[in-house]
Design a protein around this ligand. Structure first.
Ligand code: SF4
Length: 304
């Protein structure tokens, strides 16, 4: 989501200046851009910040030099699945063509619409390859999607988690009533993902679903069903034979406490101006390499 209005505090900004070499140059008095209390915080920002604080900061102020195909593909695939469940919400089954239309619209919006070029990979070499893969994956998804009673699609929430946090906003992909194998009817909160392989434990961000759970517990519309809640990831693989893999998540109370504390501390660090690079796996898909290379000197921001 990109609904947050949280603005980053200022780190150093210089325009084409040579690298600073005195510690006082690195941390000049910053112009106060502390977020206003009326702001809100999206979980995707927290995730980005936790992954690389500098990337988060740059994403708030610069346009990336490219869009990684994994991100564009994941968003477009998600749009296809959304079309599938919106049809079920209307009491009908969607055709594959309808899902592909949603996929293509999203793709165009995120690339042509934002004037961004896509950085392709060996797995997805071009736009045509992306469409072919999407067609196979969406077909596999449609064949395997469990039958439930769709309650909500793309359900937005804003939740107060702590007194020193602005409302945390997010979107639950799917809320659906299912009768599970044990015969119990549960309200399932589902997050849809794509993955290049069958997902391993470390591939999934449990914190995101724990946040969904915290939000759902506070939503009168959800509580009104009076059903136990269940959490799961629904992962469609990009493997040669795409498959839909459901990964249930059973959280402990302790985990939920930790997530809230993590969000609180990330927000505190954002507001406080903490930003530094954490080179790693994310760098290959980061569109801010040029600005990152100049850190701790940063060029004057352009409109993101
Ligand atoms: S290139 Fe890597 S270290 Fe630099 S901002 Fe991007 S993700 Fe962070």
């Amino acid at each position: 989501m990109s609904t947050s209005i949280l603005e980053p505090p200022s780190c150093q900004q210089v325009d084409s200046a040579p690298p600073a070499n005195r510690s006082s140059d690195f941390f000049p008095p910053a112009k106060d851009r502390t977020p206003k209390p009326s702001g809100h915080l999206s979980y995707s920002q927290v995730r980005r910040f936790a992954d690389c604080p500098l990337s988060w900061r740059l994403s708030r102020q610069f346009k990336p030099s490219f869009a990684p195909v994994s991100l564009v593909f994941g968003g477009a695939f998600h749009a296809g699945i959304e079309a599938f469940y919106r049809a079920r919400l209307e009491g009908r089954e969607a055709e594959l063509a309808e899902l592909l239309k949603a996929f293509n619209l999203h793709w165009a919006r995120e690339t042509v619409g934002k004037k961004l070029s896509v950085k392709y990979t060996a797995k997805i070499e071009d736009e045509g390859g992306a469409r072919d893969l999407a067609s196979h994956m969406l077909s596999a998804f449609m064949a395997a999607a469990p039958k439930g009673e769709v309650v909500a699609v793309e359900e937005k929430f804003a939740v107060d988690l702590a007194p020193d946090l602005p409302p945390v906003v997010g979107t639950i992909d799917l809320v659906e009533i299912r009768t599970d194998a044990d015969g119990v009817r549960r309200l399932h909160l589902v997050d849809h993902k794509t993955a290049s392989r069958k997902p391993a434990w470390e591939d999934l961000d449990r914190d995101q679903l724990l946040l969904y759970l915290e939000a759902a517990r506070r939503m009168p519309r959800i509580a009104a069903f009076g059903l136990p809640l269940a959490l799961s990831f629904a992962v469609t693989t990009k493997t040669k034979l795409p498959a839909l893999v459901t990964v249930p998540i059973e959280p402990s109370v302790r985990e939920t406490v930790r997530v809230v504390e993590k969000i609180r501390l990330c927000h505190k660090a954002m507001v406080g101006g903490l930003c530094y690079p954490t080179p790693g796996r994310s760098c290959s898909t980061c569109g801010y390499a040029r600005q990152c290379a100049a850190w701790p000197n940063l060029p004057v921001a352009q409109a993101a």
